[in-house]
Design a protein around this ligand. Structure first.
Ligand code: RIB
Ligand code: CA
Length: 325
């Protein structure tokens, strides 16, 4: 039995927003051996109230209102989110035509009054060594929880984070990946907390692809949640096909959950990784030393396990099987 908490910035149903968080949460909901202890929400793909409503909508469709959904950080620890929000809103306008038939999640208050960081601390500290925290958004909630209770770094079984770009370009700036760029100070705190941290960076997530034909397979499963996932995923795939010339969308966040379910689908290496905080153009860049010549470890020793290689075929089989295909 796996015990997961997922920290997420879901944007399902909102035009122009990535849908990978919803797919990731759905996998955790559908795998019988997973005890999903809760989902904590952070601003990222969309603003906090929208992300909360997207998550609550997903739980309702899945018939899983029993899973706690706790609201967290509305903004990064230090960074000013306004520039990236302006860019995301422009993308929303550009994409709206493709979401014309997708209902917007109705904004609703949290059903669970607990704040995300407090929920993370209480849940992990009461079950030391048992809970895997899968972080698939900016690390604001996770960093806040570590600041609240530094012992969380020793109590958590593992933190698996979809974030960073090490030997590949970024997806928000030429060098920075979105989750890292959105809250680099939070990422710095987590990288240097001593917690057992596994990175699932763009280096491996951009080797995945969900196409329209796989969406048809998901739709054919015919359950309420897979019908919903197909509905919200198709416009996103069509948007990235049109705007990025890709054959389908990347599956960043589902890969993080699948790495938790079957660590053998990705090869990991011990790296020393930190994040740039002050560079004019490089802020949010994750910088990694793999300990091989010439990148010998700097002052610091390895602090993270980095997924450097992926068996894409096994990953896709795991994902589709988990959804019921
Ligand atoms: O860079 C990809 C990450 O940013 C994914 O987690 C996606 O959902 C967005 O949060
Ligand atoms: Ca995400």
């Amino acid at each position: 039995m796996w015990r997961f908490i997922i920290d997420s910035d879901p944007g399902n149903g909102f035009p122009g927003s990535d849908v990978d968080d919803a797919l990731a949460i759905a996998i955790a909901l559908l795998v019988p051996e997973v005890d999903l202890r809760g989902v904590t929400i952070v601003a990222g793909n969309v603003e906090l109230p929208e992300a909360l409503s997207a998550a609550l909508t997903l739980m309702e469709v899945a018939g899983r209102r029993d899973v706690p959904v706790c609201a967290g950080a509305e903004r990064p620890l230090v960074a000013d989110p306004r520039p990236i929000r302006v860019a995301m809103n422009a993308r929303r306008q550009d994409a709206a035509r493709l979401w014309a038939t997708v209902p917007l999640p109705c904004l609703q208050p949290p059903r669970d009054p607990r704040r995300a960081a407090r929920f993370l601390v209480e849940s992990i500290m009461e079950a030391p060594g048992e809970i895997t925290l899968i972080a698939i958004g900016p690390l604001t909630n996770v960093a806040t929880a570590l600041l609240l209770e530094p012992q969380l770094a020793q109590a958590v079984r593992e933190i698996i984070w979809m974030g960073g770009a090490l030997r590949c370009p970024g997806n928000v700036t030429p060098v920075a990946e979105f989750n890292a760029f959105y809250d680099p100070e939070a990422a710095y705190i987590v990288f240097h907390s001593g917690a057992p941290l596994t990175l699932v960076p763009l280096d491996v997530t951009t080797r995945t692809c969900l196409t329209l034909s796989e969406i048809a397979q998901i739709r054919a499963i015919g359950t309420p949640i897979t019908t919903y996932l197909a509905m919200i995923t198709e416009p996103w795939v069509r948007y990235v096909m049109e705007r990025r010339g890709l054959p389908g969308c990347w599956l960043h966040d589902p890969l993080a959950v699948c790495v938790a379910l079957d660590p053998t689908i990705a090869r990991r290496e011990p790296w020393h990784v930190t994040i740039e905080l002050t560079g004019q153009q490089s802020r949010g860049q994750t910088i990694g030393w793999d300990g091989k010549f010439p990148y010998l470890f700097p002052g610091g020793q390895p602090n993270v396990q980095v997924c450097v290689d992926l068996d894409t075929r096994r990953f896709m089989a795991l994902l589709l099987t988990a959804l019921g295909a």
